[in-house]
Design a binder for this molecule. Structure first.
Ligand SMILES: Cc1ncc(COP(=O)(O)O)c(C=O)c1O
Length: 390
């Protein structure tokens, strides 16, 4: 070979030796080489396992998919470029051969609401919004509209309401629709929706799974009956996760148990401190015995692991919230959640910015509402920072 060809080929396409890496490496290859055309034909025809092209499969992503699928107890998983890509794949899967109608919880992550209202509706997919904690209302909406899918979050954002997922799954199934659950806030450590009857689970892996604020990713997991469709849609449309993000997410998940336990314990202390603070009107926390869904939480969540998200209503409005948030020294003002560091967000300005003030008020998202994602720091430091800012 001349040097121009050596530049391109030397050193590449070596079979790995007789060893197995202890952790999964990052495979950046866009396509894969096989010894014979016959083998490539079998791989492309799915008669033999193996990657052929990065939009179809990637060994790093496949390892993450196997990990999350095992945690959620599913039939298969697909890693996506973001939580919203996972949500879109989940909804498209459910509706592909079902009626193009949705029953959705009326309090959902803002971008999910926007996706249903501003993207799917113009495509002719109608959504009926329902209070997911009112089972009679869910039953009525499902029997009246006969939807192709019912959508809810395990813990709603930002008011932290918890619907009776097992009962909602039964209602959906009776109408022939799968229940799709966004399990981002709970993680499979707290709640595993597929065990409670859901058909499809989505995660923003950006949050607790990756856990360190350096990944954008999502994952969709399902029971056996949806796996083939999800994989086909992903291979066709291509909202796949980058292998570097898959590597970081796998690395993050290894410590998710330790992180989430610590975050939940910290959140219990902070919520109880908030509840007696004179500047705070109301606290929303899933570990509060007086939570409006306490009976459902006791039934679905493990004891002492109630999640690490807290929302609270500051006396006053936007101005008081801005002043308080600007005074924080350690707690990070940023749009995300589930990271190792404590983060704070103003829903009216961030996650629910796209909704009109009237729509927000109808959902109970008041101008004084602040959401905090509790991190793994020493609880005394988190409380001290909140205290001086309040
Ligand atoms: C509950 C929930 N679901 C989905 C998403 C979307 O995830 P991503 O930002 O990874 O697309 C978010 C993002 O904040 C979220 O909070």
């Amino acid at each position: 070979m001349k040097i121009e060809s050596k530049l391109v080929h030397a050193g590449d396409r070596k079979k790995a030796g007789n060893f197995i890496p202890v952790t999964t490496p990052i495979y950046t290859a866009a396509s894969y080489f096989y010894d014979s055309m016959g083998q490539l034909d079998r791989v492309m025809g799915r008669e033999e396992e193996g990657p052929s092209y990065a939009r179809y499969d990637n060994p790093t992503n496949n390892a993450l998919e196997e990990l999350v699928n095992t945690l959620e107890g599913g039939g298969g998983a697909v890693a996506c470029s973001s939580g919203m890509a996972a949500m879109q794949l989940g909804v498209m899967t459910a509706l592909l051969d079902r009626p193009k109608r949705i029953v959705a919880a009326n309090v959902l992550y803002g971008a999910t609401v926007s996706m249903l209202m501003k993207i799917l509706e113009p495509f002719g997919v109608e959504t009926t919004w329902v209070d997911i904690c009112d089972l009679a209302a869910v039953e009525r909406a499902v029997s009246e509209t006969k939807p192709g899918v019912v959508i809810m979050e395990t813990v709603s954002n930002p008011l932290l309401r918890v619907g009776a997922m097992d009962k909602i799954a039964e209602i959906a199934h009776r109408a022939g629709a799968p229940l799709l659950v966004d399990n981002t806030f709970a993680t499979p450590l707290l709640v595993r929706p597929l065990e409670l009857g859901a058909g499809i689970v989505v995660h923003s892996a950006t949050k607790y799974m990756a856990g360190h604020g350096d990944v954008l990713g999502g994952i969709v997991v399902s029971t056996d009956d949806h796996c083939g469709t999800i994989r086909t849609l992903s291979r066709t449309v291509g909202p796949v996760m980058s292998p570097f993000e898959a590597y970081l997410t796998m690395r993050g998940i290894k410590t998710m148990g330790l992180r989430v336990e610590r975050q939940c314990a910290n959140a219990c202390q902070i919520a109880s401190w908030f509840s007696s603070h004179p500047s705070i009107e109301r606290v929303h926390f899933t570990g509060d015995p007086a939570h409006p869904d306490a009976a459902t939480i006791a039934r679905l969540f493990p004891k002492n692991l109630y999640g690490a998200m807290i929302s609270f209503e500051l006396k006053g409005g936007r101005e008081e919230v801005f002043r308080f948030m600007e005074r924080l020294r350690m707690i990070v003002r940023a749009t995300s959640l589930g990271d190792v560091h404590t983060m704070i967000l103003y829903p009216a300005m961030a996650s629910h910015r796209d909704l009109s003030p009237k729509h927000r008020a109808r959902l109970g998202i008041h101008d004084g509402l602040v959401r905090i994602s509790v991190g793994i720091e020493a609880p005394e430091d988190i409380i001290a920072d909140l205290d001086q800012a309040l």
